[in-house]
Design a protein around this ligand. Structure first.
Ligand code: ADP
Length: 345
């Protein structure tokens, strides 16, 4: 997210935008950090000349990590009548393919129904996530109080707004994934590094863990083995399991992952363990059902719970010829085992 003033100076950005700008500005000579790059200035010119909003699709990044982004830019009229600009970028994942791409695929492989379905989910995801990303971004930026100090109650409210919108955004993602999975029968599997995927998943939950005072050091692994998996979905499962482990562990607790060769030859077990509140035996299967509701007295963070993450994760693991199981008792932490086929070598 960014906000720029009428002269095209960036006056407010969130950390994700700063990182993006660094990747994007390679080769851009505009220099000063507070001046928007040339491409953005062109967009501002269009907005200043009457366009209400501008949408762009771009690919940028360094060699090897080039990514596709969709961005939306708006003209904003400040309370004093001055014109300003605001915008947001988000990364397009494979499932957010635009209808055009999907239609091209359809022409080639004649899977028109699948293409139409994917187009629908891609569009829905975009339509729902774009406003949510705006809410998250503006809340984050305002929380950093760039225009002067705010009463601490407002800062707390802004954090609540951001948390609730992030929750909603995750839920939208899970719901769409669940809907898609109900008709999907296979995933795109290839070799995926366990250590690399865990490191990325750990980064995704690091902020939440720091905020909740949960130690994530046990997640690091020197293991060099690989599994056969759909990389994006493998990472999604890892984020989900780590996120749960952090959410259901009190301050001072620990979360980690153990990796072992599984009983059936050719499989690898990744055990996501935590020292948290644990799960009663009679709920071990029910927590994998969609929208499984928890006992209110065991719920640590009501606003963060939708009851979809494990249903999606197990479904994904099974599509990849693996599974997820749980071992836990109240007060004794939890151990979720993700089993996936080992990559040869
Ligand atoms: P959500 O966490 O959004 O409710 P999930 O499907 O990820 O949805 O989890 C379903 C339920 O399983 C949770 O509400 C929680 O009660 C329980 N659960 C999941 N992971 C853990 C964990 N590591 N420790 C304790 N309870 C857990």
């Amino acid at each position: 997210m960014y906000v720029a003033d009428g002269a095209g100076r960036l006056v407010m950005t969130n950390p994700a935008f700063d990182a993006l700008l660094a990747a994007r500005s390679q080769g851009d000579e505009s220099g000063a950090a507070d001046v928007a790059p040339a491409a953005l200035r062109k967009i501002f010119a269009r907005l200043a000349n009457g366009d209400e909003a501008v949408e762009c699709d771009e690919t940028f990044g360094t060699n090897g990590t080039r990514r596709r982004y969709r961005s939306s830019h708006y003209r904003v009229v400040e309370p004093d009548g001055a014109i300003a600009f605001a915008g947001q970028y988000f990364e397009l994942s494979a499932d957010a393919d635009g209808p055009e791409t999907v239609q091209r695929h359809a022409a080639v492989d004649h899977h028109a129904a699948a293409a139409a379905r994917n187009a629908f989910f891609g569009k829905m995801s975009h339509e729902m996530r774009t406003p949510l990303n705006a809410i998250i971004g503006f809340a984050e930026m305002s929380e950093s109080q760039p225009f002067g100090p705010l009463d601490s109650r407002y800062v707390a409210y802004l954090r609540n707004i951001g948390d609730a919108a992030r929750h909603l955004s995750n839920m939208v993602g899970d719901l769409l994934e669940l809907a898609r999975l109900s008709v999907e029968t296979k995933t795109e599997n290839e070799g995926a590094s366990i250590a690399g995927t865990l490191a990325a998943a750990r980064t995704a939950v690091a902020e939440l863990a720091a905020r909740r005072g949960v130690d994530l050091r046990g997640v690091e692994t020197p293991d060099t083995r690989r599994v056969i998996a759909d990389r994006e979905r493998f990472q999604r499962i890892c984020v989900n399991l780590l996120d749960n482990a952090v959410k259901y562990t009190e301050a001072g607790g620990r979360v980690g992952v153990e990796i072992a060769r599984a009983e059936p030859a050719g499989m690898i077990d990744m055990v996501f363990w935590d020292t948290g509140i644990g799960i009663a035996r009679n709920r071990h299967e029910r927590i994998f059902e969609s929208f499984h509701h928890v006992d209110p007295h065991t719920l640590l963070c009501p606003t963060e719970s939708a009851g979809l993450g494990l249903a999606v994760s197990r479904h994904l693991a099974r599509l990849m010829d693996g599974d997820i199981t749980v071992d836990s008792a109240p007060g004794e932490g939890a151990r979720f085992t993700l089993r996936l086929p080992a990559a040869p070598g």
